[in-house]
Design a protein. Structure first.
Length: 401
């Protein structure tokens, strides 16, 4: 019994080892290589944008930030002179009121200072005249015979005279410097008032520019900021910043977004077939005229990256092709006749070459190939394979030793 069990285990082990030396075709997903005509297509979507337009910008009369309180709905028909943007003026009106109150207070300070300065000047003049009179009286006693006075009286008399002369000099100095000090302080107060007046005039000028009017008849289209986000109600804008545009009729092109992972083979001048969502029954054609160098996100929310593709239409229907209209597109990156095409996952690569695994009589064998045109799903084989051969869609496991 024990010997029988050992023999059974050996048989099983040998069968497992021998099965690892070859890969049967039944264990591999295969595809037969065939010659066929093919177009390499990349799907994309986007919209119509203006190539020529009249810009609508924030007035640059005053350097200040504006907040948009209202905008005419996008793609609205507008006439020249019609208001298309209104700014929030509540904060500016509060600033105007504050500036007016500051100016009143500043003028009150100036008037109070002038009254105080006049009183100070009057007091200096009065004190100077009083000291001059007392000095004249004291000097008149210098001609009197001092023998009539005691030594203490003489000393007191001389000290009083010297003190009066010093007082006189002090009041003369005050009189001389008072005007300079008064002019300096008055200049400072008037400068502060001038600053408040400049602020008031600036804010009044801002209030005069709280609306933007359309520069021409046409369709109003919102502009976008540096992040590609549309300027809309609630946006903060600055003088000179574009907030909208009036596209010139018929001057349009397509702007398409191609996923970064699908962009293999994109080149300028490739054929593009386009259909507008507003009329899917019509197909338009065009050519790629511009291709972004790097993929980027459409906005700051989604991390998905796209290549931006600009397409010029072969013919323009101005009534149908309006700025902002959505578009679906197919970009033809290559056209092949009688080509050998294989799925992308069937071709493997190393440092030196590209290769496939050809399945013959149930055995997968590596073979180097030369590749041509590529897409995210298919690869053209231009050498190393023949029509009718079968290749594995997956890389076989390495046979056991």
């Amino acid at each position: 019994m024990k010997n029988s069990l050992i023999c059974l285990m050996l048989v099983l082990a040998i069968s497992i080892l021998t099965s690892g030396c070859a890969v049967e075709s039944t264990t591999l997903s295969q595809v037969v290589v065939e010659q066929r005509d093919h177009e390499f297509i990349i799907t994309a979507s986007g919209d119509i944008i203006a190539t020529e337009s009249i810009e609508v910008r924030v007035p640059d009369t005053v350097r200040t930030q504006y907040s948009i309180a209202w905008m005419v709905p996008e793609f609205s028909k507008v006439e020249e002179g019609e208001i298309v943007v209104r700014f929030d003026d509540l904060d500016i009106r509060n600033l105007v009121n504050d500036s007016q109150l500051d100016i009143i207070e500043q003028q009150s300070s100036i008037d109070s200072f002038l009254r105080g300065s006049a009183n100070e000047k009057s007091q200096i003049v009065h004190n100077s005249m009083r000291v001059d009179g007392e000095t004249d009286i004291a000097e008149s006693y210098e001609d009197v015979d001092l023998s009539f006075f005691s030594k203490h009286e003489q000393i007191d008399q001389l000290g009083d005279l010297e003190y009066l002369r010093m007082q006189g000099s002090f009041y003369d100095w005050q009189d001389e410097t008072h005007q300079r000090r008064s002019d300096a302080e008055l200049g400072n107060l008037e400068a502060q008032k001038k600053t408040r007046e400049d602020e008031l005039n600036k804010n009044k000028l801002v209030l005069e520019n709280m609306t933007i009017t359309s520069p021409a008849d046409g369709t109003y289209v919102y502009a976008s900021n540096w992040w590609g986000e549309q300027v809309r109600t609630g946006s903060n804008v600055w003088p000179g910043m574009q907030v909208g545009m009036i596209p010139i009729r018929g001057k349009v092109e397509a702007r398409l977004y191609v996923l970064e992972i699908d962009a293999l083979g994109l080149e300028v001048d490739q054929l593009v077939r386009l259909r507008l969502h507003s009329d899917l029954s019509q197909e338009f054609t065009g050519r790629i005229t511009k291709l972004s160098n790097i993929a980027s996100t459409k906005d700051r929310v989604s991390p998905t990256k796209y290549f931006t593709v600009n397409v010029t239409f072969d013919s323009v229907d101005p009534d149908l092709m309006r700025v902002g209209s959505s578009i679906d597109a197919k970009i033809v990156t290559g056209e092949l006749d009688d080509a050998l095409l294989v799925p992308q996952q069937a071709v493997h690569h190393d440092v030196e070459s590209s290769y496939v695994f050809v399945v013959t009589d149930g055995v997968a064998e590596r073979r180097d190939v030369e590749v041509g045109h590529r897409s995210p799903t298919l690869i053209q084989i231009v050498g190393g394979l023949s029509a009718g051969e079968s290749i594995s869609l997956v890389k076989p496991a390495t046979p056991s030793a």
